[in-house]
Design a binder for this molecule. Structure first.
Ligand code: NDP
Length: 337
């Protein structure tokens, strides 16, 4: 892929706050852009620094104030935070107070019993490592990345409370928690005096588990919701309709999206959804994102990207009129067929 050289000195777009809307995150003081950018893929040690830098600049120029990381993003694990730290130092330090930067711990990060899951030992050490890699004094949001069946929830939530009180993070979040454990975690955090700002679950047209109960729990508890993989890792675009491009996620090794995931049944639905998008003068990616944002409780759609133009396209799409009931019904028919 050709990478357009970026200029040495970064001067952000002065009109950046006119490009995108912001939604309040639960009952908190924080507002998040309708689109946030995640650094899970395409920001690792194996990726091109100039492309990473161009994507972050494009995002910020479009009013995307929220960048989402985790200890293990790369590959190798930790390298996305290092990449982000380098670009932050070059381009974004003067704008630190305009940014919401998040990180997480929960998945495997180092050997031995203290390198994953939900102990206080792991969470605090991991965040200290993340801060060092990014060159930050604090993150804005620190998440427990996945529930731990073997550590008492009180210990994990107590660790998040300590992390906020110690100044390492401004807000606490949880990710991948199911409705019952989410409610419990939120209640424990509230009792400790560190309200849960946000939950980060997966949500897209092909994976709708949060509709059943979680969205109601978050609404009742006043907790925000940022949905990850809203494009089903790229399946909800037109890119796989004629095979698997070598430079796509499914075409690359070491990713979670395998060619086998893109079944004929998926492609049939994607073809029909793509037709609806075309009738609305939207790309399928734009339609899929706007569909997630129709949920009032969803604060932000957390996308990934492999090039700046993808971010531009998604942001242009959210400026379009809301999807009508008629269109939503047609989508429903396709998804339930
Ligand atoms: P998406 O579903 O948005 O998939 C991103 C991929 O979609 C891109 O890499 C790109 O694929 C493709 N894409 C994006 N925009 C376009 C476009 N306009 N046109 C065509 N293709 C497009 O999200 P991710 O799966 O990347 O997840 C997003 C973020 O969510 C992560 O970076 C991370 O921050 C977070 N996350 C959190 C998890 C958790 O457990 N809490 C788990 C997973 C993700 P291609 O690379 O092929 O070009």
């Amino acid at each position: 892929m050709a990478v357009i050289p970026v200029s040495a000195q970064y001067i952000p777009n002065p009109d950046r706050y006119q490009s995108i809307e912001y939604r309040r995150c639960g009952r908190s003081g924080i507002q998040l852009p309708l689109i946030s950018l995640g650094l899970w893929h395409n920001f690792g040690g194996v990726d091109t620094m100039e492309n990473c830098r161009a994507m972050l600049r494009t995002a910020f120029d479009l009013g995307i104030t929220h960048f989402d990381l985790a200890n293990n993003y790369g590959p190798p694990p930790g390298s996305a935070e290092e990449t982000f730290g380098k670009i932050l130092a070059k381009d974004f330090l003067p704008y630190r107070d305009e940014l919401i930067i998040s990180s997480k711990a929960g998945y495997w990060m180092w050997n031995g019993p203290y390198g994953e899951w939900g102990s206080r030992k792991y969470l605090v050490s991991s965040l200290d490592q993340s801060l060092k890699r990014m060159g930050l004094d604090y993150v804005d949001i620190f998440y427990h990345h996945r529930p731990d069946p073997d550590t008492p929830l009180e210990e994990t939530m107590g660790a998040l409370d300590y992390i906020v009180r110690s100044g390492r993070a401004l807000y606490a979040g949880i990710s991948n928690y199911r409705p019952k454990e989410a409610r419990l975690a939120i209640q424990i955090l509230r009792q400790l005096g560190t309200p849960c700002l946000i939950h980060q679950p997966n949500y897209n047209m092909f994976d709708r588990w949060i509709e059943k109960e979680l969205l109601n729990v978050l609404d009742e508890e006043g907790v925000g919701c940022i949905v990850f993989s809203p494009l089903a890792q790229g399946m909800l675009t037109d890119k796989y309709l004629h095979g698997i491009p070598a430079d796509s996620r499914a075409g690359k090794p070491e990713t979670f999206l395998k060619p086998d995931n893109i079944t004929d049944q998926i492609l049939e639905k994607v073809t029909q959804l793509n037709r609806i998008a075309g009738e609305l003068n939207l790309s399928l990616a734009q339609l899929a994102i706007n569909w997630t944002l129709r949920q009032r409780v969803v604060t932000s759609a957390l996308i990934g990207a492999s090039r700046p133009a993808q971010i531009e396209e998604i942001v242009a799409g959210v400026a379009q009129p809301a999807l009508s009931n008629d269109i939503l019904e047609k989508i429903e028919e396709i998804l339930s067929s």
